[in-house]
Design a protein around this ligand. Structure first.
Ligand SMILES: Nc1ncnc2c1ncn2[C@@H]1O[C@H](COP(=O)(O)OP(=O)(O)OP(=O)(O)O)[C@@H](O)[C@H]1O
Length: 327
């Protein structure tokens, strides 16, 4: 669909606020500058944008992300770093990182993501920036702008996919430092998608870059929970406070009727959090729509509906934690 045509369908007052507009298979994703607007004005801007774009022939879905400058400047010491970790691979750590970032950006925060998963960088796909290469200024990397108002850097942006895993120690370590020390000016919160597990890379990352807090994600299965406990210990040893735990793939949402069943049980992560004295931040169901949208580079949190709501609820708790420490 012609993006110029879509822009032209917007009233001038909205068109002036467009930071990016992308369309794919009938889905239009638009990022708008909502700086200085109060909640009522923001919601009017969102609904006016949706109705204008939905009226264009061929548009099936409109996703609106509102950006606002909450703080006059980024923190003097750089952005607040929040690590997202898991003891085990494949539990949805990267998916959670992306969607928390998008939900926080929709709530008006200025957000960046560093994908430190050298074994399987997935942020280029998840944030729809695959194939892009970041530029550098004075040897400092400039993060890429994703279509969702979130800045991003991934090992996958620096080397061809499939090669990252072949890196060894110092080379991978050098790339991670470059990404963390990139030009994150204008970003208040930097989410760090850690590699799964509790090995040397994770320990070095945590010690060197000292996240202000960590979110641990686990599925309800026993083995994943044991590993999540190890992740909690790793953060505790490095004196990084655990903001809370998230249960992913909590119940299976039937794509036909929406009914939720519990193939892996339910509530186990919440009980684990309680046993460890950690806050529980929420649960995300196992939902085919989440995988499909993620694979297509369309984060569910950028849309509407139950999937977006599940991520937004967790992001709201994370936002409350950030506010409580004054960031
Ligand atoms: N709630 C969910 N419902 C359905 N599919 C999900 C859900 N969460 C994650 N997935 C899918 O599971 C797979 C693994 O997710 P993801 O890559 O986020 O996990 P990870 O913990 O970061 O994995 P890795 O350790 O390999 O980096 C992906 O295909 C993703 O789309």
């Amino acid at each position: 669909m012609n993006e110029n045509l879509l822009r032209a369908s917007l009233p001038a007052s909205i068109a002036a606020r467009v930071r990016s507009l992308k369309s794919r298979d009938g889905t239009v994703t638009v990022v708008l500058d909502a700086a200085g607007m109060d909640p009522r004005e923001r919601s009017a801007l969102e609904s006016d944008t949706k109705s204008a774009l939905s009226a264009v022939e061929g548009v099936a879905d409109v996703r609106v992300a509102l950006m606002a400058d909450r703080a006059p400047a980024a923190e003097p010491g750089g952005p607040v770093i929040v690590a997202v970790g898991s003891g085990k691979g494949g539990v949805g750590k990267s998916t959670l990182t992306t969607n928390l970032a998008v939900a926080l950006a929709r709530a008006g925060r200025r957000v960046g993501v560093v994908d430190a998963d050298i074994y399987g960088p997935s942020q280029p796909t998840l944030l729809h920036t695959q194939g892009q290469r970041p530029k550098a200024r004075d040897k400092q990397l400039i993060p890429l702008d994703s279509p969702y108002g979130v800045k991003v850097l991934s090992v996958g942006h620096l080397v061809d996919s499939g090669k990252a895993v072949a890196w060894r120690g110092p080379m991978a370590g050098g790339a991670l430092v470059q990404m963390m020390e990139a030009d994150w000016s204008g970003v208040d919160v930097l989410l760090l998608d850690l590699p799964p597990g509790t090995g040397d890379v994770q320990i070095t990352m945590i010690q060197k870059h000292k996240p202000a807090g960590a979110v641990i994600v686990s599925t309800p299965q026993d083995l994943a929970l044991i590993d999540a406990r190890r992740a909690a210990e790793l953060f505790a040893q490095a004196h990084v406070p655990v903001i809370g735990m998230v249960e992913n793939m909590a119940g299976y949402a039937c794509p036909h009727c929406g009914e939720i069943s519990d193939p892996f049980g339910r509530g186990a992560v919440e009980s684990e959090a309680e046993a460890e004295g950690l806050p529980f931040l929420g649960r995300i169901p196992l939902d085919l729509a989440i995988r499909q949208a993620s694979d297509a580079g369309e984060p569910p949190a950028a849309g509407n509906g139950p999937q977006a709501d599940a991520f937004t609820a967790i992001a709201t708790r994370l936002g409350a934690w950030l506010d409580s420490r004054g960031s």
